[in-house]
Design a protein around this ligand. Structure first.
Ligand code: XXG
Ligand code: FE2
Ligand code: CA
Length: 373
């Protein structure tokens, strides 16, 4: 049978009449890695994720507070890429909804009663309208939640999977589709000309389950794991230094503007980006206000004003179609955030005398002190 996977095209994505599946949370990512032993050493020996199960082809890992079989699958393969962004849904019936929703969108849809990975049962995988491999499941093996097993915790303990981050050429188009899928925007980055550079969207009541970052896509920007505290992130930096692996640190540690979380970005042996993230805020009320940042605000991505390295804007991982082939990447056509903020003719401001209209009213008090200094 010949099948085609939709590639990202311009034009809006229609809203299906079929209701979307009720998604609970981002649950796991399946990563294809080229050297399984090297990746295992990075995620298990350095970052301390827990092996639930493994064989010659794959390692199934979980974070310390998780009770489902895995949050990360490392699968050996020829090309480093992402095979699935997987979401848990509220009940088994939600899988029928996922099939109807994506079938109506004209997407390729595959359902497997016994799952695509070990530990997970009935699942639906799709190539979504943006070209990403999305998965939905409810049925999953429960394993021991290691929250109380402090004998196993390390100083840099990763306790939960927090979110995914996806690169896509047209963020506004992506947001409309994700809202149809039931996500709500919590924060975004824009300019006065109407360009959206990035948007953060949630199902669980935190800042996000996934974010859309403007750039050439579909590609995977990062997968993020949470620690309890900021000091756990510092401990990871110290450990990387002690192991002479400081070149795995790409950006940070620092405080995000967007999300208010404390962060660190690492690159794994294949270059897949992993964020360590902690202490964002509750967003679960129905009238949770959206926070919009000006793309020229120098503190939007790093609250302390530290520059974002160019690789963070330009590099990302390929994603696979349902046959396991890399998806073609389409170029972003809107201006890139790197060009408008750190490129040759880009600009950004820290104090609002450079752009008086840009400062939200709740920051006016802070600004008065800044102005005196
Ligand atoms: O999780 C995140 C991020 O998407 O990784 C990046 C929260 C905030 C940011 S940003 O760099 O915009 O502060
Ligand atoms: Fe992130
Ligand atoms: Ca194919």
């Amino acid at each position: 049978m010949t099948t085609t996977d939709p590639i990202p095209t311009a034009g809006s994505i229609p809203t299906p009449a079929a209701p979307p599946p009720d998604i609970l949370r981002s649950a796991y990512m399946e990563l294809v890695v080229t050297d399984l032993a090297a990746s295992r050493a990075f995620y298990v020996d350095v970052l301390g994720l827990v092996v639930t199960e493994e064989d010659d082809d794959a390692v199934y890992l979980r974070s310390l507070e998780e009770f489902i079989h895995h949050n990360l699958v490392l699968r050996k393969g020829p090309v480093a890429a992402v095979a699935a962004f997987s979401y848990r849904v509220r009940s088994p019936e939600e899988l029928d909804r996922a099939v109807a929703f994506y079938t109506e969108l004209g997407c390729r849809v595959e359902r497997r009663a016994d799952g695509f990975t070990r530990g997970v049962g009935d699942s639906v995988r799709v190539t979504d309208p943006l070209g990403f491999p999305y998965e939905f499941f409810y049925d999953v093996e429960h394993v021991e939640r290691l929250a109380w097993r402090y004998d196993l915790h390390t100083p840099g303990a990763l306790v939960r999977l927090d979110h995914f981050n996806q690169v896509t050429p047209d963020v506004a188009r992506a947001v409309r589709y994700m809202e149809d899928l039931g996500f709500r925007v919590t924060e975004d980055i824009r300019d006065d000309e109407g360009t959206t550079y990035a948007a953060w969207m949630r199902r669980k009541p935190t800042v996000h389950d996934t974010a859309m970052t403007g750039g050439d896509g579909p590609r995977m920007h990062h997968v993020a794991f949470a620690t309890h505290e900021k000091h756990n992130i510092i401990a990871i930096c110290d450990k990387l230094g002690a192991l002479r692996l400081s070149d795995r640190i790409e950006r940070g540690p620092g405080r995000h503007g967007v999300s208010n979380a404390f962060y660190l970005y690492l690159r794994d042996p294949d270059g897949h980006r992993v964020e360590i993230y902690t202490q964002d805020y509750y967003t679960g009320d129905p009238d949770n206000p959206v926070v919009t940042w000006d793309v020229h605000d120098n503190q939007r991505r790093d609250w302390w004003g530290n520059p974002v390295v160019p690789s963070w804007y330009t590099e990302a991982s390929l994603v696979l179609d349902l046959d396991g082939d890399p998806q073609p990447v389409a170029a972003r056509t809107d201006t890139s955030e790197m060009a408008v903020t750190i490129g040759a003719d880009g600009f950004s401001y820290t104090r609002p005398e450079d752009d008086a209209d840009a400062l939200p009213s709740w920051k006016q008090g802070e600004y008065k002190l800044g102005h005196q200094l």
